[in-house]
Every structure is written in C-alpha cells, then in structure tokens.
Design a binder for this molecule. Structure first.
Ligand code: ATP
Length: 273
C-alpha cells in the first residue's frame, strides 16, 4: 500500500529544547530552519539555498531527533524513510518509492525529507557487502540523485540524511548541489551527557539524591539513546519494587543493565572477540 512507502508527519512537536548537548550541530541546523522559514531573505542577493546536509555520527546520538527538531522549529512537515528498508525491496520498488517521496514532498513544501541510514542506499560500488541485489540498490541511488538534481534550490524541500559510515558513501552523493554539507553529531562528553540526563529525568518522579552530573560521570561512552534507555529502565526498576520515587540505586541497576545489553550486542556483532 501507498501508506507503507515512507513516513510523513505534518505536525512535528519536537523542538531544539528536546535535543540536549550537540551545541555545534544545533548552530549549523539553525541556519536550515532560517532557510525554511524565510527563503527569500537568502535568495535575494543571488545565493542558492543548499539542498541537503549529511548528519554524521555513531548510532543513537540524536541524528533523527535533530532532523525532526529542524522540522518542528520551522513548523514544516517531516517526511522520512530509512535506507535499510530498501535492502529487502523488490526490483523497481526502491526507485519508485524515492520518486513518490519527492513528488509528495514538493507538493507539501516547504518541508524536510529525512533519509536515515543513507549508506544502505548510497554505498559506492563494491564497498562492503549488503544483502539484496546490488543493481537494485544502484537503481535506488540513481533515482535519488536524479530527484536531487531535478528540483531547484528554491523548491523549499531540504533533505537531511544520516549515516555512521560516511567513508563508504558514493562520492556522487557528496558533490556540490547534493549533500555538500556535513554536520557532526558526536557522542556526548560529560557536559553533554549531563544535559541529556536532565532532559530524560524531567518526566520521572525522582528521589532528591538523584543527580544528573553524577549519572553522567558513571556513563562514559553512552550515546543519548542509551541515556534515555537508562532513565526509562530506572523508572521501571523502581516501579517493580513498589517505590514512590526513583533513587540512585535504581539508576545504578539500570546502568548495569544497559551496559550488560551493550556487551551482549557487541558479542553478537563480533563473536571472535
Ligand atoms: P541511529 O543512527 O541509530 O538512527 P540516531 O542518531 O538517529 O540513531 P536518535 O534516533 O535520534 O539517534 O536517538 C534515539 C533517542 O535517544 C531519541 O529519540 C532520544 O530519546 C534519545 N537521544 C539521543 N540523542 C539525544 C540528545 N542529544 N538529546 C536528547 N535525547 C537524545
């Protein structure tokens, strides 16, 4: 069915307040919000608004969240699709899906088109092995390039794409007029983790001893997604014990559990270690 081709959200509620840390990345995407809200201001002097930007960084660092916040701040629709969905697709479907997405995006402009895991579509020939037909992936990539080249910069469609493997991307995607801007979305340092904890502690009923800074100190290497996970686990652990409030011990247990989960995941990915 058509509905399954991609996701569309007309009213995005996420704003920059929901994105903690990532100060530099936020500064860079603020420019895109300005482009969407007031394109005339930028094209007046003959400049061209960029068509897209690539968000580069490890899993769970907030790339999707940041892209959504751009749509939320600019109050424009958010269209999204994930590159990994294309891997299992039948011949011809991927290219058709890309065309359909851009057709709808242009109708709803100004808007954001978000392509998660673009490396699954945009891998250069011969690099890495993905299941599924390579020809089919190349057809999809070609249709994406054709679409990107086909709309003018004043169409009001801005494409954000995310990857944690910029090294494998086909150079054609990075050419001027395509994804010629890269924005780093890195794992947070202790200051960033503190800020992310503060966001995710907000809805939780906390014991007065719970301290975002201490939690950040205990979670080196955690990405935002893992921090969100810790906060949710802690609340569930405390609830299971019929506690009235979530305390530091619950957070400690949640951190241990999330670390355990990460170790298991790494073992599955690299069994030889
Ligand atoms: P992936 O590459 O795996 O798709 P991603 O970089 O797109 O990951 P998100 O899906 O945006 O990561 O993050 C997952 C969840 O983790 C978010 O919905 C949010 O709850 C939390 N999160 C991640 N980063 C941040 C952040 N900087 N501030 C607040 N919450 C965050």
């Amino acid at each position: 069915s058509k509905a399954a081709l991609f996701d569309a959200e007309n009213k995005v509620k996420i704003t920059f307040n929901d994105v903690a840390g990532l100060d530099e990345a936020k500064e860079e995407v603020k420019e895109i919000v300005e482009f969407l809200k007031n394109p005339g201001k930028f094209t007046k002097l003959g400049g061209k608004i960029p068509k897209g930007a690539l968000l580069v960084g490890p899993p769970g660092t907030g790339k999707t969240l940041l892209a959504k916040a751009v749509a939320g701040e600019a109050a424009v629709p958010f269209f999204s699709l994930s590159g990994s969905d294309f891997v299992e697709m039948f011949v011809g479907v991927g290219a058709a899906r890309v065309r359909d997405l851009f057709k709808q995006a242009k109708e709803k402009a100004p808007c954001i088109v978000f392509i998660d895991e673009i490396d699954a579509i945009g891998r250069s020939r011969g690099k890495g092995q993905m299941p599924g037909s390579n020809d089919e992936r190349e057809n999809t990539l070609n249709s994406l390039l054709v679409e990107m080249d086909g709309f003018s910069t004043d169409s009001g469609v801005i494409i954000l794409a995310a990857t944690n493997r910029p090294d494998v991307l086909d150079q054609a995607l990075l050419r001027p007029g395509r994804f010629d801007r890269q924005i780093s979305v890195d794992k947070p340092d202790i200051v960033g983790r503190t800020a992310i904890f503060k966001v995710h502690l907000k809805p939780i009923r906390l014991d007065s001893e719970v301290d975002a800074k201490k939690l950040a100190a205990q979670t080196p290497g955690f990405a935002g997604a893992e921090i969100a996970n810790v906060c949710n686990e802690a609340a569930l652990i405390a609830a299971r014990k019929n506690k009235e409030k979530v305390d530091m011990q619950d957070f400690q247990d949640a951190i241990d559990r999330v670390i355990g989960g990460l170790e298991k995941k790494n073992k599955i990915i690299s069994p030889e270690e």
